[in-house]
Design a protein. Structure first.
Length: 169
């Protein structure tokens, strides 16, 4: 299981040092940097759509709500079938799957336009010129990575560990 660590650094130069140290120590290759548009360097791994938006969260919520809606629609269809049509248990399955996939697609599209809810706490700091680094690492390495960064960069402000991150993407 992977965990995501959040560190705020005062500037791009410090962020570059932390990224280089993590790569040299082979701690993680899944590093995502969020910085203000005018300070974002091209050589640092920038956060992409799944890290910047609520795309993954939208898919998860849409899948669950769409599946539940599909089951309800299937129950209504089985309880009140069209005249001359016999509907069985497969109707529930088809409706649940169709609802889940349509819900995931629609919510994913909506979520891709929304800022990541996990990053809202960092918006003000990033707008003030600080750099957010998100590091995806195995759970066993959380303590060692945190100690390494704090040892070399005491100015790094750790903002917690996200308990689970999605396997996809």
């Amino acid at each position: 299981m992977r965990r995501r660590l959040y560190f705020l650094l005062p500037n791009v130069a410090r962020a570059r040092q932390v990224v280089d140290e993590l790569l040299l120590a082979r701690m993680s290759r899944r590093i995502h940097v969020v910085a203000r548009e005018d300070t974002r360097p091209g050589d640092l791994p920038t956060a992409n759509l799944p890290q910047r938006s609520d795309f993954v969260n939208g898919i998860e919520v849409g899948f669950a709500l769409g599946g539940a809606t599909g089951i309800l629609a299937g129950l209504v269809a089985v309880a009140f079938p069209p005249e001359g049509v016999v509907l069985g248990g497969w109707t529930l399955l088809v409706c649940a799957l169709a609802g889940a996939f349509i819900g995931a697609w629609a919510s994913g599209m909506i979520g891709s336009d929304l800022r990541n809810s996990q990053l809202k706490a960092f918006e003000a700091a990033v707008e003030n010129g600080q750099v957010l680094i998100m590091i995806d690492i195995p759970a066993a390495k959380v303590d060692s990575v945190t100690k390494m960064i704090k040892l070399h960069h005491p100015e790094a402000d750790m903002h917690g560990v996200e308990p689970t991150i999605p396997v996809f993407p």
